[in-house]
Design a protein around this ligand. Structure first.
Ligand SMILES: [Zn+2]
Ligand SMILES: [Zn+2]
Length: 144
């Protein structure tokens, strides 16, 4: 079934299409959902980079070819106690299958990307490291 889809262009030029409903799903049970498009963090299924996106690069009202392997992973807060604007993180379930030829030891050589919460506070490096570990572990489980 064709679904409204938001597209984000990664630094590696991959056009990442995520059903718009999936982007909104984590906000469904929150008291103050954002207006407009939610700010999100997305892990690119190709280059594995975690990136902030303030808005989609473009939207397709009825996309037919989108395969919905996208899932909300977790909320990422900046670490400030006063901050009420964590950003939702999304990753693709099939990202694991392309990871196999990657011979780098997991975690050890991963650089920490600069990420921001929805309040545009920088996220503490420790929290990003935890998130990267979490994503790497999910993949390990998925590969078995
Ligand atoms: Zn990428
Ligand atoms: Zn914050």
């Amino acid at each position: 079934m064709p679904v409204p889809t938001s597209y984000f262009v990664c630094k590696c030029k991959l056009q990442i299409g995520i059903p718009t409903d999936t982007l909104w799903q984590p906000f469904a049970n929150r008291d103050h959902p954002p207006t407009g498009t939610p700010r999100v963090v997305i892990q690119c299924p190709k280059c594995k980079t975690l990136s902030n996106f303030w808005r989609p690069d473009y939207e397709v009202p009825e996309e037919r070819n989108v395969e919905n392997g996208w899932a909300f992973v977790t909320w990422l807060g900046c670490g400030l106690e006063t901050c009420k604007s964590p950003v939702p993180v999304f990753a693709h379930k099939n990202a694991a299958t392309t990871q196999e030829q990657d011979s780098a030891p997991s975690g050890a050589t991963t650089s920490i990307p600069a990420l921001y919460c929805r309040g545009i506070h920088p996220v503490a490096a420790e929290l990003i490291r935890n998130l990267l570990e979490h994503l790497a572990n999910e993949k390990t489980v998925h590969l078995r």
